[in-house]
Design a protein around this ligand. Structure first.
Ligand SMILES: Cc1ncc(COP(=O)(O)O)c(C=O)c1O
Length: 413
């Protein structure tokens, strides 16, 4: 006898990062400063307390109770929020495309909508080989097959691998859907350069001559690029897409406003033809109505206010976060280079990743690090270090400790 649908996946959800955090807390109680907690994925200060931008939360606290109580204006989100998201993300770069913005419960909601909209069950979505775990999990949950591309060729984005994946998939289905997470990639910290964006758009346009292409760009961490003037510069390239390309940008206020718990984000759709954008908008409006209904009204109002009325303060607060990330990454990366610890190319952002391509060795390293009081997150192809929450005092000396564990493990094998 069973009470659930036949196709349900009964494998328990193992969110290793929450489990690791719990073990690290216990270890800290016993071993104090010996413990390095590098697994927390939220922006924290050097006391490892979550940062809550004052401008955001002072305004939120002052908001009328009725604003917090009421439903959103519509299933697609409040007009002021939708406009504010378009202006914040696209700035005035995208001039020739039709667009719409749909409010979603976080970037996760936008991702869910993407995995549920562009492909039918049994079809294949193309994902980066090193990635946030939710992409593959959500694809699987929506009955999609996965084809991965290698993210790197040496120190740069691997266009040959992406091209191969797109070509193979285009031979088997009548749409190619692929995802990339840039800038400030989770977990590597890679950001496509301007030149790489040029190559990417050329590739996408070329594939679109034989098969329509949907390019999903997850920009969850884009506000934390080192050069604030460059954060939306990738959008400049989007005006070059062909008629047969759609761009779906996944946006989240979780990182931009340090508002992880407010569960608010957006799906931005861009294409050359109004009809194509409208068709997806209709689908996403129904997805919203029939799943989450509508998005947190207070979160939307707070974002619209923060990026218009008090934009400069929000930008300053974000910049303070960027400075923290820079200081921590400089310490860790410099020491890693000095002791020969190999990382994937890091440019900026919340995370960097140690390169362990052998999954068995990576698994052993992950456990051995915990045995040595160092808490990280295992990802495909390596081990993620959360610079976003790593106090500077703990960043110093960490690379050498990891190198020692790595050498001991390699010697024992
Ligand atoms: C790469 C990436 N995209 C999107 C998200 C979605 O975040 P949220 O659902 O909190 O907006 C996350 C969260 O960790 C992430 O790491």
């Amino acid at each position: 006898m069973r009470f659930h649908r036949k196709s349900a996946d009964l494998t328990p959800l193992a969110d290793i990062s929450f489990a690791t955090a719990a073990r690290a807390r216990h270890d800290r109680e016993v071993n104090g400063d010996l413990v390095v907690q590098a697994s927390i994925g939220t922006l924290c200060d050097d006391q490892q307390k979550i940062i809550a931008f004052p401008s955001v939360y002072e305004h939120f606290d002052a908001m009328a109770a009725r604003s917090k109580a009421r439903y959103a204006e519509s299933f697609t989100g409040n007009a002021s929020f939708r406009e504010a998201v378009a202006a914040w993300v696209l700035e005035d770069h995208v001039r020739t495309l039709h667009r719409t913005v749909i409010a979603t419960p976080g970037g996760t909601g936008a991702l869910w909508a993407a995995m549920n909209t562009f492909l039918d069950p049994g079809e294949t979505v193309i994902l980066p080989g090193i990635a946030w775990n939710s992409y593959a999990a959500m694809a699987g949950h929506n009955g999609l097959r996965i084809r991965t591309y290698e993210m790197f060729a040496d120190e740069h984005f691997n266009f040959a691998s992406l091209r191969q994946a797109m070509t193979d998939v285009s031979r088997r289905q009548d749409r190619v859907v692929f995802l990339l997470n840039t800038p400030c990639n989770n977990p590597t910290g890679y950001s496509l350069s301007d030149g790489e964006w040029d190559i990417l758009i050329d590739l996408v346009n070329e594939v679109s001559e034989t098969c329509p292409v949907v390019m999903i760009v997850d920009v969850a961490y884009f506000d934390f690029v080192n050069d604030p003037a460059a954060r939306s510069s990738f959008c400049r390239h989007l005006d070059r897409i062909s008629d047969s390309v759609m761009v779906n940008i996944l946006f989240s206020i979780s990182k931009t406003m340090t508002a992880y718990g407010m569960r608010c984000g957006a799906s931005i759709l861009l294409a050359r033809r109004q009809e194509d954008v409208r068709n997806i908008e209709i689908i996403l409006e129904k997805t919203a109505r029939l799943t989450w209904s509508n998005v947190n009204n207070a979160a939307m109002e707070c974002f619209a206010w923060a990026v218009t009325a008090d934009r400069d303060t929000l930008k300053e607060e974000i910049q303070a976060g960027v400075s923290l990330l820079k200081e921590r990454s400089e310490i860790f990366l410099q020491e890693a280079a000095e002791c020969g610890l190999e990382l994937y190319p890091y440019r900026e952002g919340f995370f960097c990743t140690l390169k362990y391509e052998d999954p068995a060795f990576a698994a052993e390293m992950f456990r051995a690090l915990m045995d040595n009081h160092i808490y990280t997150v295992r990802v495909n192809g390596g081990i993620r270090i959360a610079l976003c929450s790593l106090p500077k005092a703990q960043a110093a000396g960490l690379a050498r400790r990891i190198r020692t564990v790595q050498d001991q493990l390699a010697a024992e094998r």
